[in-house]
Design a protein around this ligand. Sequence first.
Ligand code: F0G
Length: 482
Amino acid sequence: MADIKFFSGETVPLEMHKVRIVQKLSLIPVEERLQKISEAGNNTFLLKNRDVFIDMLTDSGVNAMSDTQLAAMMRGDDSYAGSETFEELSAKLTEIFGTGYFLPAHQGRACENILAEVFVRPGNIVPMNFHFTTTKAHIVKRGGTVVELVIPEGTVASSTHPFKGNFDIPALEKLILETGASNIPFLRLEAGTNLIGGQPFSLENALAVSKLCREHGILTVLDASLLQDNLYFIKQREEAFKNWSIRKITRKLADAMDIIYFSARKLGFGKGGGLCMRNERLYEQMKGLVPLYEGFLTYGGMSIREMEALTVGLEETMDEDIISQGPQFIRFMCEELEKRGVPVVTPAGGLGCHINAADFLPHVDRHEYPAGALAAALYIAGGVRGMERGTMSEQREPDGREPISSMELLRLAVPRRVFTLSQIKYAIDRINWLFHNRELIGGIKFKHEPEVLRFFFGTLEPTSDWQQKLVRKFRKDFGNSL
Ligand code: F0G
């Protein structure tokens, strides 16, 4: 976003776009919201979108597209094999990343499935700055173990560290020496580290990780799903690169990586995904799994129209004015909440605003999922749908023990270019109200707990009648308001 000052001195994240297509929203009354969240087993994933007012569940596949993307979708070259649309997408990725080879897939986790199947063997160790739910599930399924080596500041909710997603390099060196490089099929570096609050790594850190891996012959894999935010933060916060273009920063990072995969539901304002590499051998190793799991090599499960939109979206990702919108809105939301005393992850990251539910609800036991309870409470309070990112999002140990997550967050994603500032202000207002009434909020416990990725389909119930009390207090404070 351009640096536009207001006469009033106010800091306003001014949109550098205008809205030309809209979708009608509705807000159901608080009593109905209680009923809907109960029917959804207190799991925001199980709510119907028609019952949601402000959907902050995710930024995955729900970012607004540009007029140029929509125009491109009208002229795709539809064919099962060898379509021109694929050639253009592949060429765009090569132009941006310098990689040369591209394997399309239907979304990010499909790439993770392929990576895990090709490279991970039982007993292997895969170091990461931090895991992502689907990535870890694929690696664990193949008998591998994920080792998280984010710097200690990474999991400190309130911090001033500009790059909380950085790898702990000494810890990585130690792991390599102890484990042996041959037991590490690859290292995964996640841009805009999702589960710790959308926190970036610095380019300097990424280059150091790459150097160390190359010295030991370890493959480096970049999860570029949240790259757009990370690129913006490198440009904004890293002195050495502040005069570099987004394109140049991208290329420097890409050159340091062996494989780059992404969810295009996040990167490129589209849908789909894929794996990029410059080494033909790596391409050949993974190629066969694309027709097996995804689709033919020139679409990989994506529709032609998705690929057209993605080609344009990737180009738009190189524009700082475009990629700054998300982080600027998120910063506004975090700063306004901080002013009201609400504990949020700082510094503000990408993806969304993250509320530190452990501090918001210190009276709720960590085994009763404070972030999940807060997600249910926020839906009741305002029809705002967030996502639990804490202990509930973890998997139980094989022996049934429940590991308490290092962070207990309620994620309020800010899909790019979707919400107006007044909608963000409404969400802030309802969170603030909840904060003033936090003593009313209690815990939740599982009624039905799936074994794998339990947060998607699990159903839970409140541990007391706290939700009814919350509704009564809402009516008392807001009268007839929705
Ligand atoms: N990697 C990261 C960093 C992600 O954030 C995601 C998805 C994936 C991989 C998997 O990609 O969804 O296309 O299969 N994150 C979504 C989210 C689900 O809501 O944060 P996918």
